[in-house]
Design a protein around this ligand. Structure first.
Ligand code: ADP
Length: 481
């Protein structure tokens, strides 16, 4: 029996390029499919900022020229096999050069439109005809519209099905419709009659929602939330209309990478049975590394996040006093909006024994924070799924979250679920909500240590590996074929 061929298309994938959870999903979910039944490959841009140790291993597959946005453009394809999985890289240095994957927003629209066009142009040349192209987020939003409109006459593409996964509805690939029409080369009527425009602008994600055979998002709660005007970012009507083909499938994490018993970044290794000792050693090492007061009884709270409004920074700033007054300590690792970086930096500088702000992207340090902290703060305004709380659970670090989207689906709150609890959650997005949850967590840590330790065991026993979610994707694929 021939295998089902699936092509993942995404702007990021670990270990090559990562700015957030999208990369974790695109680089780890493909390994979770039944290898006997599925031939899954991944395609992403060949950014020049991908680490040389990976770039040097890439092999040239082909190169050609395509006519795009009024000019002939170089289009190369490179590939690399990693642990049995083929990754393809769309090469064009003019588009994918620079120090990071994203640059100026308008330029990003053009370069990811080029990426969408290229993914489809390459397939017949390398003679790979996927049964399904699984597209992720707005960067790949034009793949389904191309297939269903300008390429629909071509037998090579006619049987290819598409799935579009929304990792974050906030980012839709918006621009002027004249510009999107010009760069994409798609017919103008798509930009005047609905599928690719919202209001008077062009919208790449809307095209994907309209034309994909199935649409998914990354948790059940977020799937429900974004069908309402409050969370729907103007797409709620479309998503309601597509409800029969739209569902939530919760993300997982790669348990071989996020494993406190073998993680090479950690000072001490531990499992559920040795968590007390292992965490104490990890916490002491982290306090030392960060220059915090080396107090074993302090309540060390961590945050690893993009520093944006979405992640609840406007709630965190007003509670910094609470987070850094004895016996609490706070470490934040993240990059993002200048005003948050500046405030966190200033505050940390004024009390270096109680708070550290690491305003960088540092994968290894993030692992030491997940391992060394007692609790993990994630007070998101909205959260499609969230991977950080899943990593925190895996490392026995109890999440303190706002009950929204994937956070609601993956953290069992202390006050409600008694002996099953894995963390702390608050409902209302306000100062009172976060303060209540922080106090609840601190009191439990200090005064109800038995409960705390039981929750830590519960947390570490949760299974958020990809196994069950991959099965749900497989069912979706098989339903489509
Ligand atoms: P989002 O994708 O919305 O940014 P997620 O919680 O889904 O949020 O995923 C964030 C991922 O990025 C996690 O793996 C987290 O550990 C990682 N991450 C975020 N910021 C940093 C940082 N500054 N350094 C290292 N890892 C980071």
């Amino acid at each position: 029996m021939s295998k089902i061929k699936v092509l993942f298309a995404a702007a990021e994938a670990v270990p090559f390029i990562k700015t957030g959870g999208l990369a974790d999903v695109a680089g780890s979910l493909p390994y979770a499919f039944d290898q006997e039944k599925y031939d899954v490959r991944v395609i992403l841009p060949c950014y020049t900022c991908i680490a040389p140790r990976y770039r040097s291993q890439m092999k040239d597959v082909m190169h050609t020229v395509i006519f795009f946005n009024g000019q002939d453009r170089y289009l190369g394809l490179r590939s690399l096999e990693l642990n049995g999985l083929t990754f393809y890289f769309v090469d064009n240095e003019a588009y994918f050069g620079g120090s990071g994957p994203y640059t100026d927003y308008t330029y990003d629209i053009e370069k990811f439109t080029f990426f969408c066009r290229s993914v489809l142009a390459i397939l017949p040349i390398i003679n790979f005809q996927p049964d399904i192209i699984h597209c992720h987020d707005w960067h790949t939003g034009l793949i389904a519209p191309y297939l269903k409109t300008s390429l629909s006459w071509d037998p090579f593409y006619q049987n290819i099905k598409t799935i579009f996964t929304i990792h974050n509805l906030k980012f839709q690939g918006l621009c002027s419709r004249e510009f999107l029409c010009q760069v994409s080369g798609l017919p103008w009527h798509l930009f005047t009659e609905g599928p690719l425009c919202s209001g008077s602008g062009g919208n790449m994600m809307k095209g994907a929602i309209q034309y994909s055979d199935k649409i998914t998002t990354v948790s059940d709660s977020y799937a429900e939330e974004i069908k309402t005007p409050e969370y729907g970012e103007t797409m709620d009507g479309m998503l309601l209309w597509r409800s029969p083909d739209f569902c939530g499938i919760v993300n997982g994490i790669d348990y071989s990478i996020f494993d406190p018993s073998s993680d090479p970044s950690l000072a001490a290794h531990y499992s559920a049975s040795t968590v007390s000792r292992g965490k104490a050693a990890s916490k002491a090492a982290l306090q030392k590394e960060l220059g915090l007061a080396e107090e074993k009884d302090s309540f060390l709270i961590g945050m690893v996040s993009r520093l944006t409004e979405q992640k609840g920074l406007d709630l965190v700033i007003p509670v910094l006093e609470r987070l850094t007054t004895k016996p609490c300590q706070f470490v934040v690792l993240g990059t993002g909006d200048y005003q948050y970086e500046h405030t966190l930096w200033e505050y940390a500088a004024s009390r270096p024994d109680r708070m550290k702000a690491c305003l960088v992207y540092d994968e290894a340090l993030s692992h030491r924070i997940y391992a060394g902290c007692d609790a993990f703060l994630m007070p998101s305004r909205f959260e499609p799924c969230g991977l950080s709380q899943l990593i925190a659970l895996r490392y026995g670090t109890l999440p303190i979250v706002r009950a929204t989207g994937g956070l609601k689906d993956t953290v069992i709150p202390y006050d409600k679920a008694g002996n099953k609890a894995t963390g702390f959650a608050f409902e209302n997005y306000d100062w009172g909500g976060i303060s209540w949850a922080l106090d609840n967590a601190l009191d439990t840590f200090l005064l109800r240590r038995k409960d705390w330790n039981a929750m830590r065991q519960n947390a570490m026993k949760q299974d958020y590996s990809w196994t069950s979610s991959a099965k749900r994707y497989e069912a979706l694929y098989e339903g489509l074929l």
